[in-house]
Design a protein around this ligand. Structure first.
Ligand SMILES: Nc1nc2c(ncn2[C@@H]2O[C@H](COP(=O)(O)OP(=O)(O)O)[C@@H](O)[C@H]2O)c(=O)[nH]1
Ligand SMILES: [Mg+2]
Length: 375
């Protein structure tokens, strides 16, 4: 991979320089604000570290595409996996490099999964805090398909099975299409504002959209300042609503924007009055999408309470924050399977805008089984 740094007074200019030199395939590895000495004195500049693959590996790209699972059912996926395994076995049967003369069909004992090995995986899922009903479903599937499962494919089988239980979704917006309003709600300190900053910067730099941010977080000391600094350095317009009745006027001020984000105050899900207050603000503007941010570091019980109480705000998808701080991820699987709400983004650090990724069921299933968050 070729890596190069670009420095400019605004993020947009730095990204334009990057695209001009490296082309549209280039991607941002990291961004930071630096102080640069210019004729006008020391000035804030943006530095983008970008990368571009020098040689695209077609074989691995095709293999990955073949493994992608989009919108099919749990049993469909298991069937597909079984067929894949059967296919592999056929190939193995026809080819034995140690055998030069075939006298009679060799009866080789098929290697299957021992109960000790299966228990090892069950213990691993328990360690990763996957709920008992989900483990039971997986074990039953393994038992039903045991003639196709062997020690070398069991982990992939479990990951594929879990992946088919995890719904994901995505957000699409076209430039010069209908304006969209997206609100992010959730408990205090979960990473709502940071996530909005990431999404706003990416939508502006990479998709060239006109972005506005409305903050209704006038509750926490310093919350507005946090967003104001971001809006200044990234040159994204930001307005503040102190009362619900101000919201329509602010949306009108942003009538030229393609996409408006609403940053809400952190609400303790136990306090229904606080949630109702946020609802008042969101109801007057009719958001297109409301996403609930939940932290990967919370327990299943806490997360279940959050997803239930925030239903009052009619959210359509979940943003999973702080996966970089998570150790086990069974909690996420349990909550997503129970709530039926799809995941849309995962955040994996504090760096704006880099540390956010689109939710992918295979990636999340792998996180659950291995505890690893690198792809
Ligand atoms: N490690 C880590 N920290 C994060 C992540 N997202 C946000 N944070 C940090 O969590 C803290 C609270 O974030 P903030 O966006 O203000 O939360 P809010 O109260 O929900 O708006 C800040 O210190 C953020 O930098 C993440 O994905 N990983
Ligand atoms: Mg905030």
């Amino acid at each position: 991979m070729k890596v190069k740094k670009f420095v400019a007074p605004t993020l947009k200019e730095a990204s334009t320089l990057m695209k001009k030199e490296l082309g549209s395939e280039a991607f941002i590895l990291s961004t930071r604000v630096i102080n640069k000495r210019t004729d006008l004195g020391i000035q804030k500049h943006f530095e983008i570290t970008s990368g571009i693959e020098e040689d695209i590996d077609i074989i691995s790209a095709e293999t990955n595409a073949g493994n992608t699972i989009i919108g099919s059912s749990f049993s469909d996926e298991l069937m597909k996996l079984q067929q894949k395994v059967i296919g592999k076995e056929r190939v193995n049967k026809n080819y034995d490099e140690n055998e030069s003369i075939i006298i009679a069909p060799k009866t080789k004992k098929r290697e299957t999964i021992s109960s000790e090995k299966l228990k090892e995986y069950v213990d691993r899922l328990i360690h990763h805090e996957v709920s008992k009903p989900i483990i039971k479903t997986i074990v039953n599937q393994i038992k039903k398909s045991k003639e196709f499962i062997n020690p070398s494919n069991i982990e992939d089988y479990i990951i594929t099975s879990l992946s088919s239980l995890i719904p994901t979704t995505s957000f699409e917006i076209k430039k010069r299409g209908k304006q969209k309003i997206v609100a992010i709600v959730g408990p205090t300190g979960v990473g709502k504002t940071t996530c909005i900053a990431k999404l706003a910067a990416i939508s502006k730099i990479l998709n060239n959209l006109k972005i506005g941010i409305i903050s209704i977080d006038t509750y926490r000391l310093g919350a507005i300042d946090q967003l104001r600094i971001f809006s200044e350095v990234s040159n994204i317009d930001m307005l503040v609503a102190y009362e619900a009745k101000e919201m329509p006027g602010l949306i009108k001020k942003f009538s030229d924007k393609d996409l408006i984000f609403i940053d809400t105050a952190g609400r303790g899900q136990k306090n229904r009055k606080e949630l109702e207050k946020t609802k008042e603000f969101l109801d007057v503007v009719q958001t297109d999408k409301t996403y609930l941010a939940i932290s990967a570091t919370n327990s299943t019980k806490n997360l279940e309470d959050v997803v239930k109480k925030f239903e009052l705000l009619d959210y359509s998808a979940l943003i999973l924050t702080k996966i970089d701080e998570g150790v086990v991820f069974g909690n996420i699987l349990n909550v997503v399977v129970n709530s039926g709400k799809p995941l849309i983004y995962l955040t994996n650090g504090q760096v704006i805008p880099d540390d956010i990724i689109a939710a992918d069921s295979d990636f999340i299933a792998k996180m659950v089984v291995t505890g690893e968050t690198s792809s």
